[in-house]
Ligand binder design. Structure first.
Ligand SMILES: O=C([C@H](O)CO)[C@H](O)[C@H](O)COP(=O)(O)O
Length: 215
């Protein structure tokens, strides 16, 4: 089985702390995600800074776009984003706009299925439009209410669409194995790394667990 990519969710509001955390975990992760609160607070200069510092890492900007897809995402692709996220609940016109912007930069689109009532239908339609990644996502507020992404991950991964499936929502060492076996292609980890006493050590452990589960 191909090893799923590991995505580090950078969810701090502080510019320098975000870059410092990226530096600590860089050897172990494949994708840096500039999280939604972080991109709203710091803006496009953080995209440019991480792009310049890490020319060879994949960079995902978690815009969670809800409207004006092409207009909003275009600037972030131009600044160096490899992937931008658009909300599934935004609808196909907005998703199509982000796909159009991505194409201009030979970049990719992730549709975030957070709070989408019919995830299978949204994933199918978005894939037909040309989105490359479906994001199964239990957000921080839903996590606080006790929800997890695993049932949705099983459903979306079993659709057999020609897309990669990303999963986010409280993923931690104890849930890596089931996440890999459920068919996730991209595993997003935030708090389990940045909240650990040593983020570098936590990222190294996640990497080892993903490699072990993917044999
Ligand atoms: O996308 C996220 C959240 O909605 C805030 O933007 C998180 O980055 C994502 O949930 C991953 O973080 P953890 O759940 O802490 O692993």
């Amino acid at each position: 089985m191909a090893r799923p990519l590991i995505q580090m969710a950078l969810d701090s509001l502080d510019f320098d702390q975000t870059v410092a955390l990226a530096d600590q975990v860089a050897p172990y992760v494949d994708i840096f995600e500039i999280g939604t609160p972080c991109i709203k607070y710091n803006g496009i200069n953080l995209v440019k800074a991480l792009r310049e510092r890490y020319p060879d890492k994949l960079l995902l900007v978690d815009l969670k776009t809800m409207d004006a897809g092409e207009y909003e995402a275009g600037a972030f692709y131009a600044a160096g984003a490899d992937i931008c996220t658009v909300l599934g609940v935004s609808g196909l016109a907005t998703i199509g706009g982000v796909i159009k912007a991505a194409k201009k930069h030979a970049a990719e689109v992730q549709v975030d299925l957070i709070n989408v009532p019919n995830k299978a239908e949204c994933a199918r339609e978005s894939a037909k439009l040309g989105a490359q990644i479906m994001g199964v996502h239990t957000g921080l507020d839903a996590q606080a209410a006790g929800q997890t992404p695993f049932t949705d991950l099983n459903e979306v991964a079993s659709l057999g669409l020609n897309v990669r499936v990303s999963v986010a929502g409280g993923i931690k060492p104890a849930t890596i194995d089931q996440t890999v076996k459920a068919g996730a292609n991209i595993i997003v980890v935030g708090a389990a790394i940045y909240g650990a006493p040593s983020p570098a050590e936590a990222a190294r452990e996640i990497r080892e667990l993903v490699e072990a589960a993917a044999v």
